[in-house]
Write a protein that binds this ligand. Structure first.
Ligand code: ATP
Ligand code: MG
Length: 240
């Protein structure tokens, strides 16, 4: 297997009023194509900072990030945004949908930023079908439940056929039943389509749906261990 992600001694320091915060303090991490990984740790431990690095939304203070073997530190802004557009799908806790656009319109959006030869409407519809929301294509976000909005956001992440999805607390705003549905969908995208998934979560039972949990503390990796495949507590109840 090839490593799709390789962080080498990554540091990200913020200087705030003369004080330096080490949001990431020497992180080494390798993730293979096709893995599904949970990123855990207390508030302020550096999870979102690390996700921003992985998604090429931010650059390290020092260290190297190899994405598909390419040192992203050597890429221009244009090249970086192309990598983001083509290879990476982003999913956020708050869905980040545009309220004036329909579900279909939201899913089409990344294709406008990243034109390809494909028919936009067809590709967006295919992504909505993939997440089970074909019948909500013309609804606006305010006419959808939280779980449905997150599925639209996942369809939007899928529309450019990325090799990797980065999700920062994708179930943070959802109830147990919707959480179960979103996690099942992400698992299916991982298992069936081989998409690499890195997902921040605060919930052990969500992490248990992945195969590996990376735990951060104070900007450092505290542990990096396989997770036994199991459903516990409320998620098991929802699934049974
Ligand atoms: N733009 C910024 N400017 C200054 N400090 C920042 C900035 N972004 C993050 N930090 C600091 O870096 C540290 C890590 O923040 P980060 O957002 O990565 O934490 P997190 O693990 O995602 O937390 P949470 O679980 O609350 O989302 C924190 O101490 C935070 O205050
Ligand atoms: Mg965060």
């Amino acid at each position: 297997m090839t490593s799709v992600i390789e962080l080498q001694n990554i540091k990200r320091h913020y200087v705030m009023g003369g004080e330096t915060v080490a949001a990431l303090d020497g992180v080494d991490l390798t993730i293979d194509q096709g893995e599904m990984v949970a990123v855990m740790g207390p508030s302020g431990s550096g999870k979102s900072t690390m996700m921003n690095m992985l998604g090429c939304l931010d650059t390290p203070t020092s260290g190297r990030y190899l994405l598909d073997g390419i040192d992203v530190g050597t890429l221009s802004d244009d090249q970086l945004s192309r990598v983001r557009g083509r290879q990476i799908g982003f999913v956020f806790q708050g869905y980040n949908l545009l309220p004036r656009l329909t579900a279909l319109g939201n899913v089409e959006l990344p294709m406008k930023l990243n034109p390809s030869g494909r028919n936009r409407r067809e590709a967006a519809m295919a992504a909505l079908i993939r997440v089970g929301l074909a019948d909500r294509a013309s609804h606006r976000p305010s006419e959808l439940s939280g779980g449905q909005q997150q599925r639209v956001a996942i369809a939007r992440a899928l529309v450019n056929e990325p090799s990797m999805i980065l999700a920062d607390e994708p179930t943070g705003n959802l109830d147990t039943a919707s959480t179960g549905a979103i996690i099942e969908l992400l698992q299916d995208l991982n298992h069936r389509d081989g998409i690499t998934i890195v997902m921040v979560t605060h919930e052990e039972e969500v992490a248990a749906a992945t195969r590996r949990a990376v735990r951060l503390l104070d900007g450092k990796i505290l542990s990096d261990e396989p997770v036994a495949q199991r459903l516990t507590g409320a998620l098991a109840e929802a699934a049974s």
